[in-house]
Design a protein around this ligand. Structure first.
Ligand SMILES: Cc1cc2nc3c(=O)[nH]c(=O)nc-3n(C[C@H](O)[C@H](O)[C@H](O)COP(=O)(O)O)c2cc1C
Length: 268
């Protein structure tokens, strides 16, 4: 288990940024990072809100966090916050162990991994991931997906030539869709939608079996088609690198940044 706290500091006339700057130059940030059990203490500056800074701090367990809250630094931090007259919104998240996860934990634990270690994905796990894709729903049950499991050195090299986002993963699922098979009406086709559902099933199953992953959109589709000699009707939709997070990967800072339900849901 680990604890992640997102603290949004909001002020006026750039005061939140100045606060973060002073926290850094005064050495408070480094001191917190050196505290026992601290995994992350980092500021982010949301592009869409120049008056807010986001502090992400992550702790190994509740004990470490409690200890931090009692440290003399907390007083200094509070004084600085007052000096800059900042409003604060705090959100706390718990990340659970990757063993024996229930569905709720799987969807909470799934996160983008951007640094993989040199460890292979076990065949049995890989087959479970592919099977989860096989069971995905598709329009009219036409199952237009075509999944290429890219894992030879030569093929991985080709992936690196079309995308900067393999992140050293030992396996990449190249999720494609057959436009000739997918349900089509006039100029509308569900080929992409079907493949996305298949890909989502596979990502969640990967998390379920403890295999880290990420969804990649950033790749040159045309170049990929040429590199792998794909037929005209086979359309690449996304890449899913699979593997195990590198030990020094701190996690995706955006993982817990989610809109409130009321911003994206309306009951009518
Ligand atoms: C459709 C889609 C496209 C994405 N493309 C990329 C990409 O090309 N490169 C990358 O590093 N991350 C990519 N991501 C990962 C997202 O940035 C990430 O899922 C998002 O920040 C939420 O974080 P989380 O997955 O850790 O919860 C993509 C995710 C989705 C769903």
């Amino acid at each position: 288990m680990s604890l992640t706290i997102n603290i949004y500091y909001t002020g006026i006339n750039g005061s939140a940024k100045k606060f973060a700057q002073e926290m850094i130059t005064k050495g408070i940030v480094d001191q917190v990072r050196n505290e026992e059990g601290n995994k992350r203490y980092e500021y982010f500056f949301p592009e869409n809100d120049p008056e807010t800074v986001l502090l992400i701090d992550c702790w190994e367990n509740q004990e470490a966090l409690d200890f931090h809250h009692q440290s003399p630094m907390m007083e200094e931090i509070a004084k600085l916050r007052e000096k800059y007259q900042l409003r604060m919104k705090v959100e706390q998240y718990v990340s659970y162990s990757k063993d024996n996860q229930d569905f709720e934990t799987v969807i909470r634990n799934r996160t983008a991994t951007r640094k993989f270690k040199d460890k292979k994905v076990e065949e049995e796990k890989l087959m479970k991931i592919l099977e989860a894709g096989r069971l995905a729903p598709t329009a009219k049950n036409l199952q237009p997906q075509k999944i290429y499991v890219v894992r030879s050195e030569e093929a991985l090299k080709k992936i690196d030539e079309v995308s900067p986002c393999r992140y050293n993963a030992p396996v990449v699922l190249m999720v494609c869709s057959d436009k000739n098979i997918a349900w089509t009406k006039d100029d509308y086709s569900t080929y992409e939608m079907d493949a996305c559902i298949v890909a989502t099933h596979m990502m969640l199953e990967a998390t379920n079996v403890g295999v880290d992953n990420i969804w990649i959109e950033m790749f040159d589709k045309q170049k990929l088609k040429t590199q792998f000699n794909l037929p005209e009707n086979i359309e690449p939709v996304c890449l899913i690198p699979l593997g195990y997070q590198d030990d020094d990967y701190k996690g995706n800072p955006l993982h817990h940044v989610r809109k409130e339900l009321k911003e994206t849901v309306e009951f009518i």
